[in-house]
Unconditional design. Sequence first.
Length: 87
Amino acid sequence: MTMEVTELTPPRSWHFHGIDGPVPGDVRGTLEPLGDGSRSRLTLSLDFEGHGVGKALVPLVVKPRARKEMPRNEAHLKELMETSAAR
């Protein structure tokens, strides 16, 4: 899927929107510093827009698969962010 960056305010927020495929995704993220700045809160929003046969796939296949994959993706993102912050 090709994603278009529709909003980018590094490092605080971003919005990517899928522009092709049967089930384009829409991803928004915000990063908020907490307390003394050594911790942050990441908020992710993920949605899908099905077209044609993709409309039927969204609730039956796409969303359940995304729910299953998100914890692993979030853990990987946390690891990357902590590694880059330590440098």
